[in-house]
Each structure stands twice: as C-alpha cells, then as structure tokens.
Design a protein around this ligand. Sequence first.
Ligand code: NCD
Ligand code: ZN
Length: 365
Amino acid sequence: MQPEAPSEAAKPPTTSAVNRLVIRRPDDWHVHLRDGPMLAAVVNFTARQFARAIVMPNLAPPVTTVAAAEAYRSRIVAALAPGLSFTPLITCYLTDGINVGEVERGFASGVFTAAKLYPAHATTNSQHGVTDVRNIYPVLEAMQRIGMPLLLHGEVTDKHVDIFDREAVFIERTLSKLIRDFPALKIVLEHITTEEAATFVAQGPATLAATITPHHLDFNRNAMFEGGIRPHFYCLPVAKREHHRLALRRAATSGLPKFFLGTDSAPHAVGSKEAACGCAGIFCAPHALESYAKVFEEEGALDRFEAFASEHGPRFYGLSVNSERVVLERVAQSVPARIGAGGEEIVPFHAGASLIWRFAGVVDA
Ligand code: NCD
Ligand code: ZN
C-alpha cells in the first residue's frame, strides 16, 4: 500500500513539534518473554518501551499454578536492566484439568492478571491446552464471577478447516457460544487477523475486546512467499489477505476502545525458524512502538495512537493508565539483521529495513 501523506488533521495533539511524538507510556497487552537465557536477552526490549505487559504463560512446562507464576515473575524482574520500570502481569495457562481454586486464588492475590485459553495444538507450546471448552466451564464461571479476563488464542485446530479460515470458524463455533454462556465474562480475542474478527469485536458486547499486532497491520500473507519461503513472516494466527489487513488498520485506528495494543512478540532462535518445520512467531519487541507509529501515520490517525497504545487496554482491564510519557522522534534508524540472544540469534521484525520513527525514551509526566 502507498503510504498516505499525513493530513493537517492527523497531527497528534501531544506533539511539541511535528517531528516528535509524546504519548502516555503504553503497555503491551500480549507478549512472550520466554525463560532462561532467551528471557534475559529479550525482556529489556519490551521493558524499555512499555510500563506493563501481559506475559503469556506458554512456557515448557506451562504456568498453571500460583507458585509457578510467582517464580516466573521473579525471574522476569531479575532479568530487568537497572533503571527500567516495568511490571510483568502474569497469566494462567488453562488446561482441561486446571484447578478452579488455584485460578481464583491467583487472581485474588494479584499474581494472575488473566487466564489464557490455548486450544490444544493450536500454536507454540499449546499441547497442554484445552481440548474442549466445556471442560473448563467451571473455571470460566469462577472467572466471570471474580472479574478475571479470559484471553483467547482464537483458532480452531480442526485439520479439515483451512488454516486461513481457522480464526473465522473459531468465532462462529466457539467465541459466539462463550459470549452467550458467559455474558459478563471479560474476553480478549488476541492478535486478530481477519475482517470477520474486527467486525465481530466492534459489534459485540462491551465485555469483548481485541489486541492487534504491529506485523498484522504491516504485511499480508504474500510476505511469507515473496521470491521463496520466508519463515520470519510466519506467525500464528497466520497473516491473511490484503483486505483483512486493511480491516485491521481501520479497527486499530478507529478510536473504538475495544481495540488495543498487543505485540505478540514471539522470539525464536534463527535455527528454529529457518528449518524444515519452522516455529511460528515474530520478534517485534525491539521496535514495536516505531512499527505501530508508522501505521497510524500512514492512516492519517496519529491523533488516535495514544488511545490505542496507552488508554484502551488499561480501561478494559480495569487498571489505571500510566503517568509517564514516551517520546518518539522522526529519525531514521536501521534495524539489525540479527540480535544476539544468549548464544543464539534472533531475526527481529523489520530486519535490515529502515524505520522512520525512533523510540527516544521515557519521560516523567
Ligand atoms: C507464539 C509463540 O511462539 O509463543 N507464536 C506466534 O506465532 N504468535 C504463540 C502464539 O501466540 O500463538
Ligand atoms: Zn502470542
């Protein structure tokens, strides 16, 4: 798509100059921080830009208990660079046999912020996920009662359903039913990739919201096959046709409070991506805000960037907004081809490309 020139009306109210963007510090409502050396290598990319992040629990083994969540939170905090203020918000990985009391106790004590439903075998480390949502109805009842959000990987796993249709079919078969059976349960449909999802969420109840990644706003499915197979553009849910990308852009920049920032940054070592059976996931954390800012500018919607990045998420989760601000400057920067990660290397999103915005740091309110 040809970038549109930003219009007069698109100038954000918070810029002190046209080449500088100052917004309330955002949060990342969906990120994979991993563990061990990979955690140490990636966490500070997220922590330097975002005040808080909803941390996905798909570790091996997954985070299913309060004790595991507390230990993981401590490991994340221990890996933070000095001087960075960052709060990891831990999620609980739902399994068929998950203990209802454990989930409730974790939420009540502030250790779990939400719970994540991975349909079994839908994506990375989802083999312990839920085989049938009816198996977790008692947990969902408890979550509805205590106000704990349910986060969805919204894809069916039925091999007979075309991979490009799995999100739309999930909405029809599963999400509609969940909304009907749990009308007061807060639900976030994570990393939406289709026009169907954007429309369903926009028209759905106030209890339903969605996160949108920078990469699904940036490219369509052709990127995976440009001149050959390109594993660094492969993630789940997989990128769809161009009209879906355009629908996501309209949703993100609509100003509707149901849509908010969630990077789904999902690092994998280069060898696990460039393989006969490569892993799904795009490491977009290093330049996440620059990436989103480019999209909002191209859409002539920089004035709505702050609400999407920094206001809608906390409002949905019932948390306060951050008081600090972040600064982005219109300074070209090139993205490295690879980033070192504990003896391995990761190819970041936008590898080798030049970005128009540059994250310049956090300032106090
Ligand atoms: C994620 C991962 O690698 O953990 N991968 C991805 O493609 N997004 C899992 C997920 O969110 O599906
Ligand atoms: Zn994810």
